[in-house]
Every structure is written in structure tokens, then in C-alpha cells.
Design a protein around this ligand. Structure first.
Ligand code: SF4
Length: 98
């Protein structure tokens, strides 16, 4: 009976170890996929320029480079496509200075 319990214990421990390893591998894979998926999802979630009245010129003294959504490198967090630092759209929101 005791030998049977030891065998069952070993089987459980081994199963848990394998399970833990598989779970860790799955989490790592999900994390890697999640990062790529999240990036792709953010890119798809950006609004088309025509829906936000984007223009390549400033509106008064409001420019993309002074907007909280401007990411630099001609990119915006919320609007798709190439964004000029001197552009503007209806979602303009002043970047806090200092
Ligand atoms: S003004 Fe519009 S397009 Fe320009 S950075 Fe801000 S949100 Fe993006």
C-alpha cells in the first residue's frame, strides 16, 4: 500500500512538473503572441485621417508635434498613416510642458 502511495505521489509530482512547464511555455508563447497581437490591434484601431479631419498643416498654433498623441517619427497613437509634425486633426490635445 505504501509503495502504491509513493508511486502515486511520484506520478503526481511528475505530472505537476510537466504541467507547470507546459503552462509556463504556454504563458511565454501567449506573451510573445500578445505583444505582437496587441501591436497589430493598436495599429488597426487607429482612426482614418479623413474621419478626424486630419490636415498636413497646423490649425493656428496647434500642431501635431505639440499634441499628446504624437509619437514622433511621423506617427500618431490614435490616427493612422503618416502624420506630419506640423499637421493637425480634431483630436488635437495639448501636450503638457514641464
Ligand atoms: S493632432 Fe491629431 S493627428 Fe496630430 S498627433 Fe494629435 S491626434 Fe494625432
Amino acid at each position: 500500500m505504501e509503495q502504491r502511495n509513493e508511486k502515486a505521489q511520484r506520478a503526481r509530482t511528475g505530472a505537476l512538473s510537466r504541467r507547470s512547464l507546459l503552462r509556463a511555455a504556454a504563458l511565454l508563447a501567449a506573451g510573445a503572441l500578445g505583444t505582437g497581437a496587441a501591436r497589430a490591434s493598436r495599429a488597426e484601431a487607429r482612426l482614418p485621417q479623413d474621419q478626424v479631419s486630419y490636415q498636413n498643416a497646423p490649425k493656428g498654433d496647434k500642431r501635431c508635434k505639440d499634441c499628446v498623441n504624437f509619437e514622433g517619427q511621423n506617427s500618431c497613437r490614435v490616427v493612422a498613416g503618416t502624420i506630419s509634425p506640423d499637421g493637425w486633426c480634431r483630436l488635437w490635445n495639448a501636450r503638457r510642458l514641464g
